[in-house]
Design a protein around this ligand. Structure first.
Ligand SMILES: [Zn+2]
Ligand SMILES: [Zn+2]
Ligand SMILES: [Zn+2]
Ligand SMILES: [Zn+2]
Length: 379
C-alpha cells in the first residue's frame, strides 16, 4: 500500500476525505482524486490539463499547494501588520520592500520600539540556512533543536511568534521540508509546526486535518510514546478550539497521565499537561477536580520553573479561573482570584510586554474576576 505523505487528504474535485492512503492520483503531478471519474472531469473541465505541468514542475501537488498557501499567508500577515510596520525596515535585509517578492514587513513577537521588523521571507531564509548548517556539520542535537526554534521563535526577543505571522512562517517551514522522506524526523517536525501555525491563525479545520494526519502517520511509523503524546496534546488544543470539549478532555487526561508516568511530576512537559488538563476540566465545569489538580501542581511549577516563567503564569491564570468561574465560589475565592490575577498581570506585563496576547488575556480575566467580586461584595 502506498502511503501519501501529505496534508492534502481530500479529492481535488469533490473534497471526499481520502485519509493517508486511499483514492487515485495523477501520474504526473500527484494531485489526488477519489477515483477515475473525478480525475477525468478535472482534466477535461476543471482546468487540470492546463495546470498539471506547472504543478509537476513545482515538485508535485503537495509542494505546489504549500508554495501557494505560503504566498497567501505572507500577504495576510503583511496586511495585518501594515499599521505597526509603517515607515520601518527589515532588520535582516535592511529594506522596506523585499527585493524579490515585494512583500511588506511583519512583526509578531514581543519585540518593541523599532526592533524586530522583518520580511517573512527573510526570517524563513535565515531559519533555513541556520538549520541546514547545523545538519550539514552534524552539530549537537541541542544545537539542532535550538536552530529549529528559528521557525517559531524570534532570535531577538526569544519569544514565540504569534497569530498570522507564526502561520506564514510555518508554511515556509513546511514548504522547505515537505519533500523529505516521511521517516525523516524533520519531516514530522515540519508537519507539526504547520499544525501549530494554522492553529495560531485560528484556521481550526485546516489544523485539525493536519493534526489527524500527523497522529495516524506517527502511529504508523512507530513513533515513541513521548512523541505520540505531543501529537495528542496538539490535537486536543484543536478539538478544544472547535468546541469538541469532551474529546479534548479525554485526550488531555490521557496525555497528563502519560507524562506523569514517563517524565515525573517535575518535568515541564508534565506541568504543561496538568495546566491543559485543568483548563479542559474548567470547560466542562468540573471546578473541584481542576482546583485539586492545580493546588497540587502549581507549587511544583513555582519551585521548578520560577515565578517569571510563562507556564507558571499560565497555571496561576487557570487557577484564578477555577475560582471566579465557579458559580458556587465564596467571597474569599473571588478575592483570591483577583489578587492572583493582579500579581500575574504585573509579571506578564514586565516579562512579555503589554502587547502580547498572553498579557491581554490575563488582564481580561482580571476584569472578569473584579466584576464577579463587585457583584458579590456586601455594600
Ligand atoms: Zn472526487
Ligand atoms: Zn496532474
Ligand atoms: Zn527582509
Ligand atoms: Zn522579537
Amino acid at each position: 500500500m502506498t502511503i501519501y505523505k501529505m496534508i492534502l487528504t481530500q479529492c481535488a474535485v469533490c473534497a471526499t476525505e481520502l485519509g493517508l492512503s486511499s483514492g487515485k492520483k495523477c501520474g504526473r503531478c500527484s494531485t489526488r482524486y477519489c477515483g477515475p471519474e473525478c480525475q477525468v472531469q478535472h482534466w477535461k473541465e476543471g482546468g487540470h490539463d492546463q495546470l498539471c505541468k506547472s504543478i509537476k514542475k513545482a515538485g508535485g501537488a503537495e509542494q505546489y499547494n504549500a508554495n501557494k498557501k505560503y504566498t497567501e499567508a505572507v500577504a495576510v500577515a503583511a496586511e495585518a501588520c501594515a499599521e505597526d510596520t509603517k515607515g520601518q525596515t527589515c532588520y535582516i535585509c535592511t529594506q522596506a520592500l523585499h527585493w524579490k517578492t515585494k512583500e511588506g514587513l511583519v512583526r509578531g513577537c514581543s519585540c518593541r520600539g523599532t526592533a524586530g521588523f522583518a520580511h517573512v521571507s527573510c526570517l524563513a531564509e535565515q531559519a533555513k540556512i541556520l538549520f541546514a548548517e547545523a545538519e550539514e556539520n552534524n552539530l549537537s542535537l541541542k544545537t539542532i533543536n535550538e536552530r529549529w526554534r528559528r521557525w517559531d521563535t524570534c532570535s531577538l526577543c526569544e519569544q514565540q511568534y504569534h497569530g498570522v505571522v507564526a502561520c506564514a512562517l510555518t508554511w515556509a517551514c513546511w514548504k522547505t521540508y515537505l519533500g523529505r522522506p516521511e521517516t525523516d524526523q524533520i519531516w514530522r517536525m515540519a508537519m507539526q509546526q504547520l499544525g501549530n501555525g494554522l492553529c495560531e491563525a485560528d484556521l481550526e479545520e485546516d489544523a485539525l486535518s493536519v493534526r489527524e494526519a500527523e497522529l495516524s502517520m506517527s502511529r504508523r511509523l512507530g513513533a515513541s510514546e513521548s512523541d505520540i503524546l505531543v501529537v495528542q496534546c496538539n490535537l486536543a488544543i484543536t478539538y478544544r478550539k472547535l468546541k469538541r470539549l469532551d474529546e479534548a478532555l479525554r485526550l488531555r487526561q490521557e496525555v497528563y497521565s502519560g507524562r506523569l508516568r514517563l517524565d515525573g511530576e517535575e518535568h515541564e512537559r508534565t506541568l504543561t499537561a496538568a495546566s491543559h488538563y485543568s483548563s479542559s476540566l474548567i470547560d466542562l465545569k468540573r471546578f473541584e477536580e481542576a482546583k485539586a489538580l492545580l493546588r497540587k501542581m502549581l507549587p511544583v511549577a513555582r519551585r521548578v520553573l520560577g515565578e517569571n516563567y510563562e507556564l507558571t503564569l499560565r497555571m496561576r491564570w487557570v487557577y484564578a479561573q477555577t475560582l471566579y468561574t465557579d458559580t458556587s465560589a465564596t467571597l474569599d475565592d473571588l478575592r483570591e482570584a483577583v489578587t492572583t490575577l493582579e500579581d500575574t498581570a504585573r509579571t506578564a506585563r514586565r516579562v512579555l510586554g503589554g502587547a502580547h496576547p498572553f498579557t491581554a488575556g490575563i488582564e481580561q480575566a482580571l476584569r472578569k474576576a473584579r466584576a464577579a467580586l463587585r457583584a458579590r461584595e456586601p455594600r
